[in-house]
Every structure is written in structure tokens, then in C-alpha cells.
Write a protein that binds this ligand. Structure first.
Ligand code: F6P
Length: 541
């Protein structure tokens, strides 16, 4: 149970959804609506006018913010209070991009000198890798391999791909999966003598990362006498990095108030910094900082993260739509849906509220997606004509990075706008009949026309930005982080722990010796025993 009156609040929202269910979103469209149901922040525009939100519902949602003390909770986060209550920690990823260095106090101490000191050490190291003063056994570093998983992979991997036009450093590779195929396929193409391996793990215990790090060390040691000299570590666990043999001057630590999925702004972003350079990395941080400043000060209706969150809650809690699709019309954001899956689902996929009682509403939604236009030729069929309603979150930049291919970018943008228009308007039976006239007649004409009807009335939002620069990407990622925070506060859950990932990890440790044949499968359930028998019977390994 959440605090006072929550059940009723969500009941009110569901009642609102019920009351407007038969209303077509298109009926709401007039010349003013796009201006009234959109919000600008920095150089981003978030348009939520193609949803069934009206002023009354929006006001109801905005009232939830005060009822759940959002302003005070937001302030508590920014000022370093231990809001991650199940782990007793502050939540201060915002400090990592607090370039103005306004003091942020945890346990009576300003954390900013340490944060900025680490940033400068990272910059010094990145510069030395980029200018060739840090070398491998075979000379200047040509390739950097980031070994990490979850938050120690998805952020830098997503951003490195998003910002590829800004790469002017060594090539960056990302290895995450414990499946040996991942590291084997990556290392096969590289020269150990000119490769830098970055082991990214907050805890330095994650089995996938430590296994891959050991594999990389073995690979290097076949050609290099001192492989550890070509390793760096991004971790809070100084003793473990030392035990692995990595010199402290190549270890970049961060405090426990940086959650894994919120960590790319600090040391976990080192591979990105090496790829795009310290200056562009600072621009990325400033974009996020600009969004932080906006989020902290703007009133709900002018507050982009708040309105993005309220739109999400409307669809998920009010209308009961279980999923949302993230559809960037930007090929370089191909990893954004995966990044947001962790950010949103690991943060808000919780079944217990802050006070320990079972959540009596749905937890955060299922997030999925692909870049457009590719998705159009794959799953958009269901989005347009299937029986599930999937709120779509489109993203589009005004410009690409290929001026010589501007006509392709215009075509890309046209597709983005056309998809949201098609979802909004649909195509009526009458229009479908007209389309098929002359090709069929009578009952067959009707039958054929029915297959070509689009119900429309399907909600979507569009996030528009000028161009995917480091500064813009920083704004976008921080926008989504704060959206998760707002949704978590309004749902009454802790967005900053992740106990749900633990059980599988523990069980994997117990199953491994069974698969290896070192321990009997007795005590396992029948299905697991049968699968063990199958895999062993087919030569596991
Ligand atoms: O298993 C989940 C998780 O703890 C994530 O939250 C985290 O991002 C990831 O594992 C990696 O953890 P680490 O950086 O400690 O290796």
C-alpha cells in the first residue's frame, strides 16, 4: 500500500480513462492543441498532443505530483539524502555532471572535489591514450575494449554508437555477454599489443565481467609479457582491482551513490571519453546538467521529465497499456531501446512499495523498440492493426550528420511524422472501400476493404531535437532518467535498487557444477533435471 489516498487516486485516473475511451484522439486536435500539449526544454521539444490527454486528465495527473510530494523528493535526490532506502544510499548521478560544482553534501562532506578530481584524472588518461603517450607493448593504442555488463556496458555502448560522428580516438568495442562468442568475436580482430582493456564493474565481482576480463588477460598474455599494464579498471572496489593486478593510477573509482544504470556520466563513461575526446564528453555532461537544472526548477506543465512521466503513467496506469515502444528515427540510437530497458525496467519493475507492502497497481511498463524506419517493416503491423494498443514514443532530429545525404534524412523524418499521423487518424472503412473500388465487387469488395482499415486513435508522442550532438544526447538521457524518477515517486516505489536480479545469479552458481558433472542434479525440479540431462547428453561446453 502506498501512502494515503493512493488507491483512490489511481481509481480516479482509471475512471477518467474509461470516460474518454470512446473519444477519438483526432477529435481533440485543433490549431492550439500542439502548442498546449507540448513542452520545450533547452533545444528539445516533447509533443504529447497525439494522446488522449485533455486538460482535466492532465490536471488530475499533475495533482498526483503534489500528493506524492514530488518537489520535496526531487530536492532530496539532488541534495544527497539517502533516498535509496533499501540500500541506505544517496542517489547522486546528477553530481557527476554538476560542472558548475555547486556543493553537494553527503554525510556532511561536499562530494564535488572528488567528483571533479576523478573527471580530471579520466581526462588526463583519455588524452594520453588518444595522443599516443600511453602506449601498449606494440605502440599507440588502436583499440579499446570495454568489458562490463548492464549499466557498465549499455550506457557507454549506446552513447558511443550514438556519437560515432564525433569519434576521433581509438576504435571502441564492447564485450558484455558471458557467452564466449562475444569476446572471441571481438578479440579475433584485434592486436593485443595495441589494445587497451577497460574492466568496467562497480562491484568487480560480476561473474560475466570477471570471466571475460580473465579471458582477455589470457589472450594478451600470449603475446605480451605484462598484460596488466594494458588494463584499466572502472570500479568502486579498489582492493579487488588491485588483486587483479591493475595499477591504481589506471583505476577510476566512484561512490556507492552512483547506481549502475545511472553511471555513464562518471568513470563508466571512460571508453566514450577516449572515443570522442574529453571536450565532447564535457559537452555530453553539460547537456545532462542543463536537463537537471530544468527538471529541478520548472513547474510541472513546463517540466519535460514530469510531462514525459505523466504521459507514461496515463497510458500505463490509466489506460492499462502494458508496454511502450521507443522508436528513434536515428539509426545511431539503435541501442537506446536496450539502454532504456535497463533504465526503466530495472528501476521501476518492482512489486513492493516503499513501505514494504505489495504494490496494488501495475509496476512500470515493458519497454521495447527499434529504430525507424526498420521497425516499420517488421512489427508496426501490430502497432497499427493489432488488438493491443502500444503507446509509441517517436524521436527525430531535424538534421543528420551527412549533409550530402540530406534528402535521406528528410525521407526519414517524413516517415516518422507519417507514422504518428497514421496512428492518430487511421483509415476508415469508407476510405478503404474507395481504395479497393474497381478491383473487387460486392461482398468481396467489403471483405478486402476490412483488411485495409486502420482503427487509428492510437497514442504516440514525439521527442524532437536539432541534431544528435553530445550536448543533445546528454539532455535526452537525463530526460529519461528523470522520467523514471518521477514515475517511481508517483508509483510509491524505490527506483534505485534491483533485488530482482539476485535470485537468478545465486541459482546459476549452484547449477554450474551440476552442468559440469561435478555435482548431482538431485533436489532440482524435474524440468531443470531434464534440461541438464539434455545439455550434458549433447556435450555441454
Ligand atoms: O545484475 C544487475 C546489475 O547489478 C546492474 O544493476 C548493474 O548495472 C550490472 O549488474 C553490473 O554490475 P557491476 O558494474 O557491479 O559489474
Amino acid at each position: 500500500m502506498m501512502d494515503g489516498g493512493d488507491g483512490m487516486r489511481w481509481d480516479d485516473l482509471r475512471a477518467r480513462a474509461e470516460a474518454v475511451r470512446s473519444r477519438h484522439i483526432f477529435e481533440l486536435m485543433d490549431d492550439e492543441r500542439a502548442g498546449q500539449f507540448s513542452v520545450a526544454a533547452g533545444d528539445l521539444l516533447f509533443d504529447y498532443s497525439k494522446t488522449n490527454l485533455d486538460e482535466q486528465t492532465r490536471a488530475l495527473l499533475v495533482s498526483f505530483c503534489d500528493a506524492m510530494d514530488l518537489p520535496a523528493k526531487r530536492e532530496a535526490m539532488f541534495s544527497g539524502a539517502p533516498i535509496n532506502e533499501t540500500e541506505g544510499r544517496a542517489v547522486l548521478h546528477t553530481a557527476l555532471r554538476n560542472l558548475r560544482a555547486a556543493p553537494v553534501t553527503v554525510d556532511g562532506r561536499d562530494v564535488m572535489p572528488d567528483v571533479l578530481g576523478t573527471l580530471e584524472r579520466m581526462e588526463g588518461f583519455a588524452a594520453s591514450v588518444r595522443d599516443g603517450s600511453f602506449t601498449g607493448a606494440g605502440g599507440a593504442i588502436t583499440d579499446v575494449v570495454n568489458i562490463g555488463i548492464g549499466g557498465s556496458d549499455l550506457g557507454p555502448a549506446m552513447a558511443a554508437r550514438a556519437l560515432s560522428p564525433y569519434h576521433d580516438g581509438p576504435r571502441c568495442h564492447f564485450v558484455s555477454n558471458v557467452d564466449g562468442a562475444d569476446i572471441a568475436d571481438t578479440l579475433r580482430r584485434l592486436d593485443p599489443a595495441t589494445t587497451l582493456v577497460i574492466v568496467a564493474s562497480k562491484t568487480f565481482t560480476t561473474i560475466e565481467t570477471m570471466t571475460n576480463a580473465e579471458t582477455a588477460r589470457q589472450w594478451m598474455s600470449r603475446q605480451i609479457t605484462d598484460p596488466a599494464a594494458q588494463f584499466a579498471a572502472l570500479s568502486s572496489a579498489a582492493e579487488r582491482t588491485e588483486a587483479f593486478g591493475i595499477s591504481p593510477d589506471r583505476v577510476f573509482g566512484f561512490a556507492d551513490w552512483v547506481g549502475g544504470r545511472y553511471s555513464m556520466w562518471g568513470p563508466i563513461g571512460l571508453s566514450l571519453m577516449i572515443a570522442i575526446g574529453p571536450k565532447a564528453f564535457r559537452a555530453f555532461l553539460s547537456g545532462a546538467e542543463a536537463m537537471d537544472i530544468h527538471f529541478r526548477a520548472a513547474e510541472p506543465l513546463e517540466n519535460m521529465p514530469v510531462m514525459l512521466a505523466l504521459t507514461g503513467l496515463w497510458h500505463n496506469q490509466g489506460c492499462g497499456y502494458a508496454t511502450r515502444a521507443v522508436l528513434p528515427y536515428e539509426q545511431r540510437l539503435a541501442r537506446l531501446p536496450a539502454y532504456l530497458q535497463q533504465l526503466e525496467m530495472e528501476s521501476n519493475g518492482k512489486g513492493v512499495s516503499m513501505d514494504g507492502a505489495s504494490l496494488d497497481i501495475q509496476s512500470g511498463p515493458i519497454v521495447w523498440g527499434e529504430p525507424g524506419t526498420n521497425g516499420q517493416h517488421a512489427f508496426y503491423q501490430l502497432i497499427h492493426q493489432g488488438t493491443h494498443v502500444v503507446p509509441c514514443e517517436f524521436m527525430i532530429g531535424a538534421q543528420g550528420h551527412e549533409p550530402e545525404l540530406a534528402h535521406q534524412h528528410t525521407l526519414l523524418a517524413a516517415n516518422c511524422l507519417a507514422q504518428s499521423e497514421a496512428l492518430l487518424k487511421g483509415r476508415s472503412f469508407g476510405e478503404a472501400m474507395k481504395l479497393m473500388e474497381g478491383k473487387f465487387e460486392g461482398a468481396e469488395l467489403e471483405r478486402q476493404a476490412r483488411h485495409r482499415v486502420f482503427p487509428g486513435n492510437r497514442p504516440s508522442t514525439t521527442l524532437a531535437y536539432p541534431k544528435l550532438t553530445p550536448f543533445v544526447l546528454g539532455q535526452i538521457v537525463a530526460l529519461y532518467e528523470h522520467r523514471v524518477f518521477v514515475e517511481g515517486v508517483l508509483l510509491g516505489i524505490n527506483s534505485f535498487d534491483q533485488w530482482g536480479v539476485e535470485l537468478g545469479k545465486e541459482l546459476a552458481k549452484a547449477v554450474e557444477p551440476i552442468l559440469a558433472g561435478d555435482e548431482p542434479a538431485d533436489g532440482k525440479d524435474g524440468s531443470t533435471r531434464a534440461l541438464v540431462a539434455y545439455l550434458r547428453g549433447n556435450g555441454i561446453g
